[in-house]
Design a binder for this molecule. Structure first.
Ligand code: F6R
Length: 259
């Protein structure tokens, strides 16, 4: 795991956008794992602004609310279309999200895993982190080997996201999410977190013991995972000096110093 601390949210989101664009340049037919949420909005805006070529890419989103069709403004399908897919040249038929209104949710989850496999697995997975420590909607006690499945949302997550609904009571209490094991199977992972309210959970995820109570700690097991944070989200990390040294000195990061 590597940690990159950027001075501001602006710089952190610019770096993530750049890494995503470099991925599709290096591998035009990349299979991308995508996240929704407030943190990612700026990333997608910056990606779309560069007029990128996504024509050969396919994408799999982490999660979707159970009970919301893609036409619902609060669904993650709607979010992705609005914030990214409608602004770039990705083929909509190559964009996948779990279907939250599938008749048989268990089968839907199995098919989602199969489709990822058919396309050769995820090359680059983008992640945010929830205040519960979730990645995707892998709430506390999610098995570290779990695969795509239905998951009940914790009160912390319901509180975090319900304000986005016109009527907070209408926020679904269940979601379909890729499992921690599905996420860990991606070839490369980038987690982005910004703002003071993420500082405590970032410190636990990066420097705390691995535990299914905080699914983001499982990322410590991954061979190629980068955590990108702004100064505020980094504020409770203990080894900041070391992380900064790595970013400054590792050849891999040389060309990204100014982003
Ligand atoms: C979204 C997702 C979640 C969010 C997390 C952070 O698809 O899987 O894990 O990334 O809840 O959300 P924001 O960015 O709104 O703080």
């Amino acid at each position: 795991m590597e940690v990159i601390i950027r001075p501001t949210r602006e710089k952190a989101t610019t770096l993530v956008a750049r890494l995503l664009l470099d991925q599709i340049k290096a591998k035009p037919d990349s299979v991308l794992g995508l996240a929704t949420g407030r943190t990612m909005e700026e990333v997608y805006e910056k990606v779309a602004a560069k007029n990128p070529d996504f024509s050969e890419c396919s994408s799999f989103n982490l999660d979707e609310y159970v009970g919301l069709p893609g036409t619902d403004e609060n669904s993650y399908r709607y979010y992705m279309n609005e914030h990214l897919f409608n602004k770039i040249n990705i083929k909509l038929e190559n964009t996948f999200l779990p279907n939250g209104v599938a008749e048989d949710l268990k089968l839907e989850c199995e098919e989602y895993e199969r489709e990822i496999g058919k396309r050769g697995g995820i090359d680059l997975q983008l992640l945010g982190i929830g205040r519960s420590g979730h990645i995707g909607f892998n709430e506390p006690l999610s098995a570290l080997f779990s695969r795509t499945r239905e998951k009940a949302l914790t009160p912390v997550t319901i509180e975090q996201n319900s304000s986005l609904f016109d009527n907070p009571e209408e926020m679904p209490k269940q979601a379909i999410t890729m499992g921690v094991g599905t996420i860990l199977a991606a070839k490369r992972i980038i987690l982005l977190a910004t703002g003071k309210e993420k500082a405590d959970i970032i410190a636990k995820a990066v420097e705390g013991p691995i535990t299914s109570m905080i699914s983001a700690t499982a990322l410590q097991l991954h061979q190629s995972c980068v955590i990108i944070v702004d100064e505020e989200a980094a504020s409770e990390l203990k080894e900041k000096g070391y992380y900064r040294w790595i970013f400054k000195n590792e050849p891999e990061w040389k060309k990204y110093q100014d982003f």
